[in-house]
Design a protein around this ligand. Structure first.
Ligand code: NAP
Length: 281
């Protein structure tokens, strides 16, 4: 029996690599994206890996509940089952909170939090029927709050709280729930934030020196050897699909593990505050 997984945000990055990895692991992979016209890179990678016959592209915009419901219904109608959902789609958001309006803050929550909740809610009855699993790509930013990423980290913290709370409830009906926490990954993530750094700095007022420090730190981090490839970050997602029992929380690299561990042991918050203050110079 071939198992079926639905993955969100597979037009690039970790989602694309996870889709190819899941297909290589023998899963029928429903690779979803908000614009299926952007499937070329995925389909090319699937062909190169010899798994194109196990990758099926479908439309799913995580901010559109109807598209999520329609996609899940189609998968179950076509395959008779749904064994796993990988909530991977997400988008970063950087700047000073005083530069952003509430509509922008809400839109960060829509993509990174409410979209995850909605798809999980829709998929759960089918996952119950298959004894399936929910794997959600959060971030080290879902554990450690990072300067100038307030809204993005809040959304990822919300996902972590949601999934940690859901895990025992879902387990009581035979569904496993886990989160996967990458650090920096060289995907389209940074480009997709569409940062205009000079404009942001010009509008940052009293935060400009700290924001400049953050930008310098981020450039150094993304240029360093702790940055993973999408394939490296996707490997634990694929591993979680095939593991008999998933741990609840998985980091994708040693760096991410150390960073998250420091927070989890930081009872008064001083260790994290000291570290991130250093980022700002
Ligand atoms: N890269 C990092 O450094 C990093 C670190 C920690 C965590 N993460 C997390 O890892 C996950 C994957 O990110 P990535 O690094 O692979 O970045 P990416 O290359 O930008 O991929 C993000 C994917 O999400 C999709 N997406 C955005 N909005 C969507 C929507 N409304 N509906 C459906 N799909 C949507 C994008 O599709 P479009 O092509 O249509 O925009 C894209 O396929 C995200 O949850 C991200 O927060 C990334």
């Amino acid at each position: 029996m071939t198992k079926t997984v639905l993955i969100t945000g597979t037009s690039s990055g970790i989602g694309l690599a996870a889709a190819v990895g899941a297909a290589r692991a023998g899963w029928h992979t429903v690779a979803t994206m908000r614009d299926p016209g952007r499937a070329d890179a995925l389909l090319e990678a699937a062909r190169a890996a010899g798994v194109a016959d196990r990758v099926q592209v479908k439309r799913l915009d995580v901010t559109d509940a109807d598209s999520a419901a329609a996609c899940v219904a189609e998968v179950v109608a076509e395959h008779g089952r749904l064994d796993a959902v990988v909530n991977n789609a997400g988008a970063g958001f950087v700047g000073t909170i005083e530069q952003h309006d509430m509509e922008q803050v809400r839109s960060v929550m829509e993509v990174n939090f409410f979209g995850v909740v909605e798809l999980t809610r829709i998929a759960l009855p089918h996952l119950r029927a298959s004894g399936g699993r929910v794997i959600t790509v959060t971030s080290v930013g879902g554990v450690v709050g990072q300067p100038f990423n307030e809204s993005y980290c809040a959304a990822k913290f919300a996902v972590e709280g949601f999934m940690e709370s859901l895990a025992p409830v879902a387990a009581s009906t035979g569904v496993q729930v886990a989160v996967v926490e990458p650090g920096a990954v060289a995907s389209e993530f940074v480009n997709n934030v569409r940062l205009d750094v000079p404009a942001m700095l010009a509008q940052a007022g009293p935060y400009a020196p700290a924001l400049q420090g953050y930008v310098d730190h981020a450039l150094k981090t993304f240029g360093s050897d702790t940055t993973q490839t999408p394939e490296q970050a996707a490997a634990p997602v694929v591993g979680a699909l095939t593991a008999e029992k998933m741990p609840f929380r998985m980091q994708t690299s040693d760096w991410a593990r150390d960073f998250v561990a420091a927070k989890l042991a930081d009872l008064d918050g001083s260790a994290v505050q000291t570290e991130v203050n250093e980022w700002l110079g």
